[in-house]
Design a protein around this ligand. Structure first.
Ligand code: ADP
Ligand code: ZN
Length: 698
């Protein structure tokens, strides 16, 4: 029998199922076709996920498809499979992933692009017809020429043009070989190589080989590391590199998507969002700086980690994955330990310099001995002076921007806080103002306490203050500062001037720890390194280590030994021991306390402007979660609800419930059970919009 055809459609919404639509007679669609439909009285463009389905609801209530969007390129089946894998893992809807992959804006522009392609194709059609009819040879020639031009335009992108090859050193070649071997065994490779060892060269070599083999390459970097420098290095080996990240114009991103869709081996250099391009024929995914936390998307859903999602994509694409870092994440080291990844070491620096020597200065002891001048120790000042006298440069890291991170009233002891986030406001100067570093709220600075009128006293020193102190000691030197208060347009100029040796001392926040090579930089120093080590977060130490190690790598490039000075109140901290070659076993600590990667963490986050309702419902939700696992063999541990460090966002209060799953075979099933419990709770209490889920929170 030939009844009406029903199809399922993925909509860019948080739905647990793909709704069903009727395909009107004469309308044709395939899996992946983009269709316009109505849902809850609104129109959406969705993607067909299944054909010929048997509807579960009454047939007469099923709405018709309004139109098939012929102008939009179809979604590939492997894209849909990838979205499903991501949604499954991160406990979100396929629609939310679809929305991330095809934002509404992009959809309209895509239509324009597709139409252009269509226009080209239909013009070629006309030309071909005319050519067939042409009687005279020269007329036919003319049409043929015109056709060739159009064909070239269509295919221009398919041509593989390679630049120069990469020459590896013997140590690099050995590492490359070990990586190829791991690939041939079907393993993901984790390349651990100190800064300057030439990891990038190895990526380029393997990328080139992959492209020559007719497969495509996705080269991922953390948001902040996407420098022009890297783009140019890649372009030298592969001129047609496609750059894709949130800072690239929408037009350009559309071109990249079209290029990727149009086939032929391609190389995309991008940030995590490049995972959602219409990939096909991928042979290699490179994840550089795989430990970097900016691979994690905080909001909105899917709250995915680019590194882990790259692994999911590789499974669908049959691609190899190469993770690289100077300081691999504990997650990846764990995966190496259980044999899922293979670690490849590259310990030799290309320019053969030693790593910068570490010196830890105890500021508490120094203050007692009168060895401190404000926030700087005499020892550090001495080192800075001799470095500058030798014609070299200094980089100073202070992890907090502002003049003073906190103010306190000398009369009543009150600390001015953000009215939205309840965290201390920082004092910034030139111009004077108080700023919340979390939400950006600002107020004028008056110097007096808002409640009692007493004088406000700064507590601690931010980058501005450190810069000021350095100026007072080195008035004849050129000193600059780089942090997120630096106007956007000036950043590049400061880096260029520092590289050219026009700046002697550069003070800054984390921005200065990444990515740049400076020939004359031989001393890097951290002021108040303690602020990098949090107590709240079990990952803080690991991150501090990664940041410090990366910062250290800035010092003494090109074969010269550099210095690395750390000022701290807690010189015995294990992170410093590890920097000095000690084996601080962070993994066994994680195991002992039941933290990831030995367990899987899921945060359930609740937000509500009504705090009473929030407190009540988050307690109820906790109970619902516990109830869902009553009969489980290995139930998760449930902590909370509690207020996270930042317990207000905008005008909403925040509560969190932490669910820690044992890592075993039933994990996927238990995670699904959690998602179902949350979904049911949201529906019953009409509270869905207030609840979000974060799997593997950063
Ligand atoms: P990493 O990515 O490990 O920090 P890079 O690939 O950036 O290291 O290499 C550090 C420096 O050494 C760069 O300036 C790079 O051009 C140079 N270099 C490394 N390996 C080679 C090589 N095989 N041939 C030429 N230059 C190299
Ligand atoms: Zn705030």
């Amino acid at each position: 029998m030939d009844g009406p055809a029903f199809i399922q459609v993925i909509l860019p919404l948080r739905l647990e199922w793909d709704p069903c639509y009727r395909l009107p007679e004469g309308m044709r669609a395939e899996v992946g076709s983009r269709v316009r439909v109505q849902f809850a009285h609104k129109e959406y463009v969705g993607t067909v996920s299944a054909l010929d389905v048997t509807p579960e609801t009454a047939v007469e209530r099923i709405q018709p498809v309004l139109s098939v969007e012929e102008g939009l390129p179809s979604v590939l089946p492997e894209e849909i499979r990838f979205w499903k894998a991501v949604a499954d893992y991160y406990l979100c809807s396929v629609g939310e992933v679809y929305k991330a992959a095809y934002p509404a804006l992009k959809r309209e522009q895509e239509a324009v692009q597709a139409r252009e392609q269509e226009r080209l194709e239909s013009r070629m059609e006309v030309l071909r017809a005319k050519m067939d009819k042409a009687r005279r040879d020269d007329t036919r020639e003319r049409y043929a020429d015109a056709l060739r031009v159009l064909e070239e335009r269509l295919q221009a992108q398919d041509v593989l043009s390679l630049g120069k090859d990469v020459e590896l050193t013997p140590a690099q070649e050995a590492a490359a070989k070990a990586i190829r071997d791991a690939f041939s065994r079907g393993k993901t490779a984790l390349l651990e190589g100190v800064t300057g060892s030439g990891k990038t060269e190895i990526y380029l070599k393997l990328a080139r080989e992959t492209l020559l083999g007719g497969k495509s390459v996705l080269y991922l970097v953390p948001e902040i590391a996407l420098s022009r420098q890297l783009e140019q290095r890649i372009a030298a080996v592969f001129p047609d590199v496609q750059v894709f990240h949130s800072g690239v114009s929408a037009t350009r991103r559309r071109t990249v998507a079209t290029r990727v869709r149009s086939g032929g081996p391609y190389l995309v250099l991008g940030t995590r969002s490049a995972l959602f391009l219409p990939h096909h024929g991928l042979g290699l995914i490179i994840v550089d700086e795989e430990h970097d936390t900016s691979y994690k998307q905080e909001s909105p859903a899917p709250r995915y980690n680019g590194r882990d999602t790259a692994i999911m994509l590789s499974v669908i694409q049959g691609a190899h994955v190469l993770l690289g870092s100077a300081t691999p994440s504990l997650e990846s080291l764990y995966n190496t330990g259980i044999g899922r990844y293979e670690k490849v070491d590259l310990s030799e620096r290309f320019h053969h310099g030693e790593e910068a020597a570490v010196q830890v200065i105890d500021t508490v002891a120094e203050r007692r001995k009168r060895g401190m001048e404000g926030d700087l120790s005499r020892k550090l000042l001495h080192e800075i002076r001799s470095t500058l006298d030798a014609g070299e440069q200094v980089l100073v890291l202070r992890a907090r921007r502002s003049y003073a991170p906190t103010l306190q009233c000398t009369e009543c002891g009150q600390i001015p806080k953000c009215p939205h986030c309840h965290i201390p406001l920082s004092w910034h100067r030139n111009p004077d103002r108080l700023i919340c570093h979390y939400c950006g709220h600002t107020e004028p600075y008056t110097g007096t306490c808002p409640s009692c009128g007493g004088a406000l006293q700064p507590i601690g020193a931010g980058t501005q203050r450190i810069e000021e102190e350095l100026r007072s000691f080195f008035p004849e030197r050129t000193i600059a500062r780089l942090d997120s208060d630096t106007p956007d347009g000036e950043e590049a100029g400061i880096i260029r001037r520092f590289a050219a040796g026009e700046i002697d001392i550069l003070v800054g926040t984390q921005i200065i720890t990444k990515g740049f090579d400076f020939d004359r930089l031989s001393l890097v120093a951290v002021i108040q390194a303690d602020s990098l080590m949090g107590q709240q977060d079990f990952r803080a130490d690991e991150r501090a280590f990664q940041l410090l190690q990366q910062f250290r790598g800035r010092s003494g490039r090109r074969g010269k030994g550099g210095k690395f000075i750390i000022q701290t109140r807690e010189p015995g901290h294990p992170v410093y021991a590890r920097l000095q070659g000690g084996e601080a076993d962070l993994l066994s600590e994680r195991r002992l306390f039941g933290y990831p990667p030995y367990t899987r963490l899921v945060h359930v986050i609740l937000r509500d402007p009504n705090e009473k309702r929030l407190d009540f419902l988050s307690r109820e939700l906790r109970n619902a979660i516990l109830a869902a696992f009553l009969d489980a063999d290995t139930p998760p541990s449930v902590v909370g609800p509690y207020a996270p460090v930042v317990d207000r966002v905008g005008d909403e209060s925040v509560r969190q419930v932490r669910v820690t799953f044992p890592r075993n075979k039933s994990l996927p099933e238990l995670k699904k059970r959690l998602a179902k419990a949350l979904g049911d709770f949201g529906k019953e209490r009409k509270y869905t919009a207030h609840i979000s889920i974060d799997v593997d929170p950063a």
